[in-house]
Design a protein around this ligand. Structure first.
Ligand code: GGG
Length: 356
């Protein structure tokens, strides 16, 4: 099969981990006789430095013209302490999601058995956890009107959702639940927020179309607690943009580390595949970042955008074998990991490639 893939590494460790994700795609193409072609484009801080724009038109055009995008991360500490900055790396990410209509962000919380001890949660609570999050990605407080008044002393961000926006992501989540354990948990804050009351109404109205799926509604605070107390109770979770962002960072502890969580952003156009983690400038340039989230994002790309299930499974199996062999990056090592089994980004990438 011939496919064109755009590589958009972005900022910080995005550069380091995406290089490994790309090598995995190259190896898959070789092994399964596919013809993958590649191009690269800028986003985030590095795009601002080069062009003044966090999402140059050229990047957007290349994304639209590709069959899939493997993306890294955006962000830079210089903006975190400068609230007055008018142009920020994250604007590139948000604009990309909006322009490409990427309204559904799938975040599988996959726990590899070998990492049971890497988490601070007790193994008996964790074992068997397998959750698929659907985070809505183009609405909510992220995209509503925002601003300052009263000489900058009053700030606001408006949260808004339309019925159409809730319905389209809820349908995807219902469909996914049908292929899994047939349980859907919709997370909102309907006791306080009007957007959440609409969210709940829309999900409830769809439920009769999916009689085989058991639906429950949880408030976000209760869901945050239950994720740690009893993660096995969850199958598919659907939630709004901000809640999904926060809950999946929390859920990364079920998988052992943020460095293990891949994601797929899909919707109206080219799919974008990326680790859920950000640019992590605290470890950038040290060669210690865990590339597995990027590698697993490449697996999602193969599966969802190209329909290459066997190829995706080969990638996941290679990651599993590396973990079974005892290799770890620092974020997923524990006290029992021998020092010589803790590898850097490139070295653990080579171990994955050797098993493909
Ligand atoms: N790879 C994900 C990434 O770069 N995240 C950085 C970020 O700023 N994300 C904002 C968000 O997704 O809410």
């Amino acid at each position: 099969m011939k496919k064109h893939i755009l590589i958009v590494p972005g900022d910080g460790i995005g550069q380091e981990v995406t290089a490994v994700g790309k090598k995995v795609l190259e190896k898959i193409a070789e092994k399964f006789n596919h013809e993958f072609t590649y191009d690269e484009a800028l986003i985030g801080h590095e795009a601002i430095e080069a062009t003044g724009n966090p999402l140059p038109d050229e990047t957007l055009e290349k994304m639209r013209a590709s069959d899939a995008v493997l993306f890294g991360a955006v962000g830079h500490p210089k903006y975190d302490n400068d609230p007055s900055a008018k142009v920020r790396p994250e604007q590139g990410l948000l604009k990309m999601r909006k322009e490409l209509g990427l309204y559904a962000n799938l975040r599988p919380i996959k726990l590899f058995d070998e990492l049971l001890s890497a988490s601070s949660i007790k193994p008996e609570i964790l074992q068997g956890s397998d959750i698929l999050f659907f985070r809505e990605l183009t609405g909510d407080i992220y995209f509503g009107e925002k601003g300052r008044k009263d000489d900058g002393n009053y700030a606001y961000d408006i949260a808004a959702y339309s019925k159409y926006e809730v319905e389209r992501i809820a349908r995807r989540a219902f469909e996914a639940a049908r292929t899994r354990r047939k349980k859907l948990c919709s997370v909102d804050k309907a006791n306080v927020l009007e957007t959440s009351r609409l969210w709940r109404e829309v999900v409830q109205a769809l439920a009769p179309e999916y009689p085989d799926v058991e639906v429950e509604h949880l408030f976000v605070d209760a869901a945050a607690m239950m994720l740690i107390k009893n993660p096995k109770r969850f199958d598919v979770v659907v939630t709004a943009n901000l809640f999904g962002d926060i809950l999946t960072d929390e859920a990364s502890q079920i998988a052992g580390s943020m460095g293990m969580l891949a994601s797929a952003s899909v919707g109206d156009s080219t799919g974008v595949y990326e680790p859920i983690h950000g640019s992590a400038h605290d470890i950038t340039g040290q060669g210690v970042a865990n590339p597995m989230a990027s590698v697993l994002s490449a697996a999602l790309l193969l599966d969802i955008s190209f329909g290459m299930k066997q190829e995706a499974e080969a990638v996941i199996a290679a990651v599993d074998q590396v973990l079974k062999a005892g290799f770890r990056t620092g974020d997923i090592a524990d006290a029992s990991t021998p020092k010589d089994m803790i590898l850097g980004t490139e070295a653990i990438g080579e171990e994955i490639l050797r098993r493909l």
